[in-house]
Design a protein around this ligand. Structure first.
Ligand code: TXA
Ligand code: MG
Length: 313
């Protein structure tokens, strides 16, 4: 359904009844449900085939609404004020009286909160009148969706509504920062660059404790998996390989898509999941991927590439 006034009203009606709605955010499409309802949230895990130990982000319309769900340290407050609405998720201790249910939090006493910067997402949360739990609207472990058509490919006929809201402008999921101790840690690189967060904090972000643990379970290695094999850091493209290029190093070719001919990492992020899906749909055995610089949004692009290339379990 178009994400106009009628579509938004219908989405809110479905969500209040415990249904599932896919909706656009500025990062990727989310698969939303009433975050206060265990029964509704359980349907998200089932539709995605997502392990029930992997907690969801609760989406709210304002910092005030977030403060009813979580306890914000001084650092968390500074980050929320600097980057919300926007592609930043903060993991904070659960507030007494929080309404977000245990299933959405995977039973943890912490909560992931985000104020999205997309008019449709904000309108649906307002109309539903409650926080919405929403992971990316893809099957667990598969490539994230940045158009309504991508969502339909994974979920057509299985969820109650898909709102058509165009292509997501950021194109990568939010950066997840855990603010449980004095020193915030980055759990997942994403749509806001590490250096921008560190500039606001005035110090470096910590790394996730106990690398390889399930502290942020979405960080498991094989994730965002395309069907094709990926060959990363490729200087040239081999015969028969498709090419995911950056900065025009592969030259023109039928199965070459360039994330950003002018080497702009914001443009590359916006194209990333779209181009990866498009090349994968052409069913090459292998996709050669040009080197992408590790600075700025390149950290998140390289993180997704590394996970997409990992052997599937
Ligand atoms: O941009 C985004 O973040 C999108 C849009 C829809 O908002 N959502 C998204 O959700 O990417 P999802 O479920 O695919 O990723 C959420 C990440 C996962 O890595 C999850 O493990 C982590 O956040 N997370 C959620 N709650 C957490 C918690 N209490 N502690 C640690 N990590 C948490
Ligand atoms: Mg995801």
């Amino acid at each position: 359904m178009a994400a106009d006034a009628a579509g938004i009203a219908e989405a809110a009606r479905i969500l209040r009844r415990g249904g599932l709605v896919a909706l656009p955010t500025e990062t990727v499409y989310g698969l939303a449900a009433d975050a206060a309802s265990d029964a509704a949230v359980v349907r998200i895990y089932a539709a995605k085939a997502r392990p029930s130990f992997n907690p969801l982000i609760a989406h709210v319309t304002s910092l005030e609404a977030a403060l009813r769900q979580g306890i914000f340290s001084a650092g968390a407050l500074r980050l929320a004020e600097a980057f919300w609405p926007g592609p930043l998720t903060l993991v904070v201790p659960l507030a007494p009286g929080a309404t977000v249910c245990a299933a959405a939090r995977a039973g943890q006493q912490t909560i992931a909160l985000r104020v999205p910067a997309h008019p449709v997402a904000l309108a649906v949360i307002s109309a539903a009148g409650r926080p919405l739990a929403a992971p990316s609207a893809n099957r667990s472990g598969r490539v994230s969706p940045v158009t309504a058509a991508h969502v339909a490919r994974d979920f057509a006929g299985e969820i109650d509504l898909i709102l058509e809201g165009g292509r997501c402008p950021v194109g990568l999921e939010s950066t997840v920062v855990e603010c449980l101790e004095a020193h915030p840690r980055m759990l997942r690189p994403g749509g806001i660059a590490r250096t921008d967060i560190e500039a606001v904090l005035g110090h470096a972000l910590g790394e996730p404790a106990g690398a390889g643990s399930v502290r942020s379970p979405g960080m498991s290695r094989s994730h965002y998996a395309p069907r094709a094999t990926l060959r990363l850091e490729a200087a040239t493209r081999g015969d028969g390989e498709a090419g995911l290029d950056f900065g025009g190093i592969f030259g023109k070719g039928k199965n070459v898509l360039d994330l950003s001919p002018r080497r702009d990492l914001v443009e590359a992020a916006a194209n990333f999941f779209c181009f990866l899906r498009e090349l994968d749909a052409r069913e090459p055995a292998c996709i050669a991927v040009a080197p992408v610089p590790h600075e700025g949004l390149g950290e998140a692009i390289n993180d997704r590439l590394f996970r997409a290339a990992a052997p599937q379990s």
